[in-house]
Structures are given as structure tokens and as C-alpha cells.
Design a protein around this ligand. Structure first.
Ligand code: GUN
Length: 296
């Protein structure tokens, strides 16, 4: 079994983005900026925002993080989003989800100017993805999965791909990207009959359920490629905390041909794609003559 090393692969893609940012600066163009909104006191969200800030700094992308408490009036958040929309140097805007329950997520996100959508969460951009357009950004986690497979020269064309989990952020958009690259895709979810049997048909199995260690080797065809998108924080019997995926790594790694670890698999790829999207938006908004070819 070979590890699909997201840390190493993300470093490769970050280095590609860094070269492009450098190219901009050499041509006298200011660096792009990612504007992030961290609202409320979700510990995981704060951690992800820190990782995104660090990764931006590494590649020369500027950041501005709006850290707001859960009592911030909706109107104030919207005003700040509009300010970022109007700032010519800001090309990526993201609101870290989930928001505290009393906010209307959909409404707040809708104020982001679609050309600055760093996550590809807006219906306009999702629509472009659905149509297979190459003119917009793509969702970070699904794009990160595709780039990770590409880096390891795992071709998805004509393969049986099974995606467990139908979220708007991962499962659904990933199915579209896989389909665009000519995979045969099966979407599974909590109501799927005979889930194990369906999953076992897959050449490439993607777990994006959000349930710690749910997938063991009994769901996996021998030799399959397994991509674990889950990031779960669990308490072990000894009281210590552990970050783990949706797969039982020990069990699945005995039977898979390739597998992503957690941490160090899909997570770093998601962050690298936020950087890619922020730069790509900038290139599109400013109509810059910069090729966004970052493939190995
Ligand atoms: N919450 C969980 N994943 C994501 C993500 O990719 N982007 C944002 N903005 N929030 C998230």
C-alpha cells in the first residue's frame, strides 16, 4: 500500500502558486489578498483559518481575517463583505463554516461577489462547475482530491468511483469533477441499500461522511484506491484526543493499493486549493496574462 501524501503534494502545488505570485510581483502587480471571516468560537474553524493564513503567507498571498464574535449583527458582517468586494486587491473571500446557528449562512454567503468566491460555494460558480465550464474556480476539497490523484498519476477515466457522503461542500461537487474526467460515479449516503456491496465495487472509494473510522476493509475491494476526506476529533479511552478520518486506517491500509492518511491527506490539499482559487480569481478579475498551469 502506498500513501497518498497530501502534505508533500500540497507543498508542490503551493510552490507552483508561489512562483505565479512572484511572477506578478516582478511585473509590478500587487499580490492578491484572501479575506477570511471567522465568526463565533468554533475551535476547529479557528484552527483552519490559522492554517489558511500561514499557507497564504508562505506563497506571498496577503490575508485579512475578520475575527468576529457570535453577537456581531448580520448587517455588520454584510458591510464588511461588501467592503472586501470593493477592494481591488482582495480576490478571495471566504466565510468559514459552520456559522453560529442563529445566522442565515446562505444569506450571508450571498453577499460575496461571485468573482471573489474563494470556496466556490456560490450558486453561480457551482452552476459553472455543473456545466463543466473552465472559466471559474472549483470547490477546494473536491479540487484538492482531483489534484492529489493527478499528482500520483491515478487516472479516474472509466474507473468505478464510489463516493460515500452527499454534502454540498464535498460529495456532490466531487461527483461532478469525477464525471467530467470520465469516471463512472456512484453516490452513496445514509439511506443507500447494501452500502458495503456497492462500495466494494469501487476502483476508487471516497469516504466523506464525517463519522470516525466507519469504513473498514469490509467496504473495500482489494487493490482499490481509498481517499479519506473525514477529519474527526475523538477522545480515546485513555482520555487523549486523536484526529482521525472516516476510515479505520489500520484495517483499510491492509487491503487498499493507495490511501490518504488523516491528518496529512486531503486536508493540506484543501488549503492549497484556497490559495490556487484566490490567485486564479485575481488573474480572471484583472485579466492578467498568466497561465494557471500548475500540473506536475
Ligand atoms: N468548513 C468546512 N470546510 C470548509 C471549507 O472548505 N470552506 C469554508 N469556508 N468552510 C468550511
Amino acid at each position: 500500500m502506498q500513501i497518498l501524501d497530501g502534505k508533500q503534494t500540497a507543498a508542490y502545488y503551493r510552490s507552483k502558486v508561489a512562483l505565479k505570485v512572484e511572477e506578478l510581483k516582478k511585473n509590478g502587480i500587487a499580490a492578491p489578498r484572501l479575506a477570511a471571516f471567522l465568526i463565533g468560537d468554533n475551535i476547529a474553524s479557528a484552527m483552519y483559518i490559522k492554517m489558511k493564513e500561514k499557507a497564504c503567507a508562505e506563497v506571498g498571498i496577503l490575508t485579512r481575517t475578520h475575527v468576529l464574535d457570535a453577537k456581531t449583527p448580520e448587517a455588520e458582517i454584510i458591510k464588511l463583505i461588501k467592503d472586501e468586494n470593493a477592494d481591488p486587491q482582495t480576490s478571495g473571500i471566504l466565510v468559514q463554516l459552520p456559522l453560529p446557528k442563529h445566522y442565515d449562512e446562505k444569506k450571508i454567503l450571498s453577499y460575496i461577489e461571485p468573482s471573489k468566491d474563494a470556496d466556490c460555494f456560490l450558486p453561480q460558480n457551482i452552476g459553472h462547475m455543473f456545466l463543466g465550464d473552465e472559466t471559474t474556480v472549483l470547490p477546494c476539497t473536491p479540487l484538492g482530491v482531483m489534484k492529489l490523484l493527478k499528482y500520483y498519476k491515478i487516472d479516474v477515466a472509466s474507473k468505478e468511483v464510489c463516493i460515500i457522503g452527499r454534502s454540498n461542500i464535498v460529495g456532490k461537487p466531487l461527483a461532478f469533477l469525477m464525471l467530467k474526467d470520465n469516471a463512472t460515479v456512484t453516490m452513496c449516503h445514509s439511506k443507500t441499500r447494501d452500502l458495503k456491496e456497492v462500495a466494494k465495487r469501487a476502483d476508487i472509494l471516497v469516504a466523506a461522511i464525517g463519522r470516525a473510522k466507519m469504513i473498514d476493509s469490509s467496504y473495500v475491494k482489494p487493490g482499490a484506491v481509498v481517499v479519506d476526506v473525514g477529519i474527526n476529533h475523538i477522545e480515546k479511552p485513555d482520555g487523549k484526543h486523536e484526529t482521525c478520518g472516516d476510515c479505520d486506517f489500520e484495517s483499510v491500509s491492509k487491503i487498499a493499493s493507495y490511501m490518504t492518511p488523516v491528518p496529512g491527506g486531503v486536508g493540506p490539499m484543501t488549503i492549497a486549493m484556497v490559495l490556487y482559487n484566490t490567485l486564479y480569481n485575481y488573474v480572471l478579475i484583472k485579466k492578467l496574462d498568466i497561465k494557471m498551469d500548475i500540473e506536475p
